[in-house]
Design a protein around this ligand. Structure first.
Ligand code: GCB
Length: 609
């Protein structure tokens, strides 16, 4: 026990000590890009990773090194002994952003290293700095520009930025990325999940050009005390002691401040009387303009407060019930490529807002495309966001905890200006054990240090004694909101009548969410008499029974059933009903609504304020 406490303390201190150093550069989503590098990219498979290493761990042969800045065709044309076993200038192409698994049938289950290349010109004004921002690359990336390694990143769902000021040319740039989709035991998530592999450059890659000293980060929010507080971070040699300003023209707010020796300025003012608070019913957003050192960024920001009081969740001081649904990052269509543009985000979220009468989404099981958050802000949908600390990962290796903390930081700095976002979840169905609880405790501390303004939760596992369900998890004291995944009536042998009789014994002083419940159904498979599993009829009855059970839970403040849309999963291979799809969607992969959709929609319609 004593050793446990000492270890827990050590991990906690380690996470607090470095919380400040976790700010990655240029995650600000408000800055306009100089160039979007979306489009056709060349690719080259490299199953044995010969571009990096040869047999026996020897360095790769130059003729295999796809990242070199060499004109292969011109070299070949000269004749003689030199030869290459790749040429990205003549390689096949596919669309970026987008997962390779959906691009071609032969890449469906490719899981390993893939090389990508994009050529581009980039007129640069003297004195400007240049950066590449990758919104998401799954899973490990090594980035080369004109033959020079400029950055590396691990993690498939968060953005990263590399500075390329020195390596960039005016014309004919050769950008090459080695993308390795393989997850090992130290990856987050580790090897096994219930969703598709989806390797590749799945979100846009953009080129940014900034002044020598530029606005790296800028944030503003409303506090419980009714103040607007924020900060601005400069990056560059002239960051210290600079005048900075913030303006919200429609509210008549103008604030001036100066950066400190670290280049950071803080804003703090009473919120003006005319400020309209953001809420799902009235998702008001304001144009906020930050200016400093000749640089300017503009963000659309909503202002609201979020808190818990006893078992209530309070939005703008008023109790709120979360009428939600879970969503994976997969667009509607027969062959999704994890390509969420604004239209795809609108389609999914409108189905929640208008179709289901919802006010909330669980963006599972990893940070989604930033467009989803922006559309949620605009439509008025509260958001739960999580990093993929999912099922079992390596709890004991400090580097894995560091990785999780970095992913969390990348998400927080990317999304903290989104009013829609109210909950950070630090894990999903992680099995209770001392090492796992230590890991989560350290992660919860990091989240609170980086963003004290939002609620912390985790999707926990349920325990059962007879007809009583409870949550015996030592992590509970770390959470503001308890969340639990519950599948009685789907997994296991309970009848739906038995599900209705289940009772919950949960803490009375904290809000509870059903972060998941669900049942598979193949769209169009109807059998109203027998109602077998996998039929739409069973799924609809399962929802009726679970909602009846939920009505008995006094502290339940919301739910996000599993899931809006059928999604690809290599775990699901029933040859009649699944064929590689998890069928718990309320709509099919092509958007066809199942019977259960209306059951939930009617439930939420009746619950609306
Ligand atoms: C869960 C997981 C989710 C799965 C789901 C299922 O508890 O959190 O990722 O897809 O169950 O369908 O079993």
């Amino acid at each position: 026990m004593r050793a446990w406490i000492t270890l827990a303390l050590a991990w906690t201190l380690c996470s607090l000590a470095t919380a400040d150093t976790l700010r990655p550069p240029l995650l600000l989503t408000a800055r306009a890009a100089a160039q979007d590098l979306s489009g056709r990219w060349a690719y080259s498979k490299d199953l044995y990773r010969t571009g990096f290493t040869d047999i026996n761990g020897w360095p790769a042969k130059p003729r295999m090194q796809r990242f070199r800045d060499v004109d292969v065709a011109a070299t070949e044309a000269k004749g003689g002994v030199g030869f290459f076993e790749y040429d990205l200038d003549r390689a096949p192409m596919l669309d970026i952003p987008g997962a390779w698994n959906s691009a071609l049938p032969e890449l469906r289950y490719y899981d390993g290293l893939m090389w990508f290349q994009r050529r581009f010109d980039a007129p640069v004004k003297p004195g400007r700095r240049s950066f590449l921002r990758f919104e998401a690359v799954n899973y490990r990336s090594t980035v080369f520009l004109n033959g020079q390694e400029v950055g590396r990143h691990e993690g498939g769902f968060t953005p990263f930025v590399v500075e390329i000021t020195q390596a960039l040319r005016e014309t004919g740039n050769r950008l090459v990325i080695g993308v390795d989709s393989k997850h090992d035991a130290q990856a987050i998530p580790a090897e096994i999940t219930d969703w598709d592999l989806y390797g590749g450059i799945t979100r846009p890659v953009k080129l940014f050009q900034t002044p020598a000293t530029f606005i790296d980060d800028a944030t503003l929010r409303l506090t419980d005390a009714g103040r607007l507080v924020g900060s601005l971070q400069l990056n560059g040699a002239q960051s210290a002691n600079q005048a900075v300003s913030l303006r919200i023209a429609t509210l008549g707010v103008t604030l001036q401040a100066r950066t400190d020796t670290n280049g950071e300025a803080r804003f703090d003012t009473a919120a003006p009387a005319g400020l309209k608070r953001w809420s799902p019913e009235s998702p008001t957003l304001y144009d906020v303009e930050f200016e400093a050192s000749g640089d300017r960024v503009r963000d659309r920001i909503g202002f609201r407060t979020i808190a818990v009081r006893g078992s209530e969740i309070l939005l703008n001081g008023q109790p709120v019930t979360l009428r939600g649904i879970s969503i994976h990052e997969e667009e509607v269509g027969p062959n999704p490529a994890r390509r969420i543009d604004e239209a795809a985000a609108r389609r999914l979220l409108t189905e929640v807002k208008t179709g289901l009468h919802g006010n909330y989404v669980r963006l599972s099981h990893y940070p989604h495309n930033e467009t989803m958050l922006r559309v949620a802000d605009e439509l008025g949908l509260l958001v739960w966001s999580e990093i993929p600390v999912y099922w079992s990962i390596d709890w004991d290796t400090p580097a894995v905890l560091d990785r999780a903390r970095r992913m969390q930081a990348e998400t927080i700095y990317r999304d903290r200006n989104r009013a829609a976002l109210i909950l950070w979840s630090i894990g999903n169905e992680t099995p209770v054990a001392d090492n796992r609880t230590r890991f989560h405790t350290a992660l919860a501390q990091t989240v609170r240090a980086l963003d004290p303004s939002r609620l912390v939760s985790a999707a926990l596992l349920v325990e059962r004694q007879g007809d009583i369900l409870h949550i015996a998890d030592p992590l509970l004291p770390q959470l503001d909101v308890i969340a639990v995944n519950t599948y009685a009536g789907w997994y296991g042998d309970d009848t739906l009548e038995a599900v209705r009789q289940l009772r919950w014994d949960v803490p009375k002083d904290k809000p509870l969410l059903f972060s998941e419940f669900g049942a598979d159904a193949l769209a169009g498979f109807r059998d109203p008499v027998l109602k077998p599993k996998f039929s739409e009829d069973y799924q609809a009855d399962y929802y009726r029974a679970t909602l009846a059970m939920a009505a008995q839970v006094a502290t339940l403040r919301g739910m996000s059933p599993w899931i809006l849309k059928d999604f690809r999963s290599p775990r699901r291979e029933h040859p009649v009903y699944q064929n590689g799809w998890n069928r718990k969607g309320l709509i099919s992969e092509t958007g066809q609504r199942k019977l259960a959709f209306d059951v939930l929609a009617e439930h939420y319609r009746a619950q609306r304020p």
